[in-house]
Design a protein around this ligand. Sequence first.
Ligand code: G16
Ligand code: MG
Length: 217
Amino acid sequence: LTKAFLFDLDGVIVDTAIYHYQAWKRLANELGFDISEEFNERLKGVSRTESLDLILEHGGLSLPDEKKTELATQKNEWYLELVSRMTSDDILPGVATFFAQVRKAGLRTALGSVSKNAPLILERVGMTDAFDAIIDGTKISKGKPDPEVFTKGAAELGVSPSECVVFEDAVAGVEAGKRGGMFVVGIGSPDVLTQADLVAPSLEALTVEEVLAKSNA
Ligand code: G16
Ligand code: MG
C-alpha cells in the first residue's frame, strides 16, 4: 500500500532546467562553442560534473581536472545568480493543489534531487516545509539512474520501496525509481518516459486519488 510520494525537483516542482541551460550556454560560449536547447535535454537529471563532461565532449574539448573544477564552479556561480531571483511564482502549475491533496491523504513526502542546490531552491520558492525528508546531491554518492537518491528518501521516511511512488521528468530519474522497486509517475511525454508506470504532462493533470488508484492496484 502506498504510504509515501517522492518528488524530483527540477522539472516536477520547479523549472530550473532553463537556468541550468542559460548558465551552461554562457560557459560553452566563453569556451568558443554553443549548446542547443535540444542538447540541453541530455543534461536533465544529470549531476553537475557529468553535465560538464558531456558539454566538453560536445565542444570537442579535453581539459585537466583542475580546469574542470574551475569551470563547474564558475557555472554554478552564474546559476546561483539566476536562482537567487526565484520566488513562489516559479512553482510549476498544479503543484500547490497536488500537495494539499497529498497532505489530506496523510501521505509522507520526500524530495529526491541530485542537485546540491536543492535546499536553497526550496527555500527560495517557500517549499521547504512541504517535505518530511530532503535528499539532495550532497547526501548521495551515485546520481540517477542509480536508485540511491530515492532509496535513501524511503529509508529516511521509514517506508519500504514498494510503499513509494516516485514523480520524475527525466529518463534517468524514471529508471532510478524503477531500479529502486518503486511505482513511477513520469511527468512529460509517454514517448520519452517509456519505463514509467503512469505518465502525465504535469502535476496539474493528476489527482492524488487517481495516482493511488493505480499504485495500489
Ligand atoms: C538537477 C538538474 C540537472 C543538474 C543537477 C545538478 O537534477 O536536472 O540538470 O545538473 O540537478 O544540479 P547542481 O549543479 O545544482 O548540483 P534533479 O534531480 O533535481 O532533476
Ligand atoms: Mg528532473
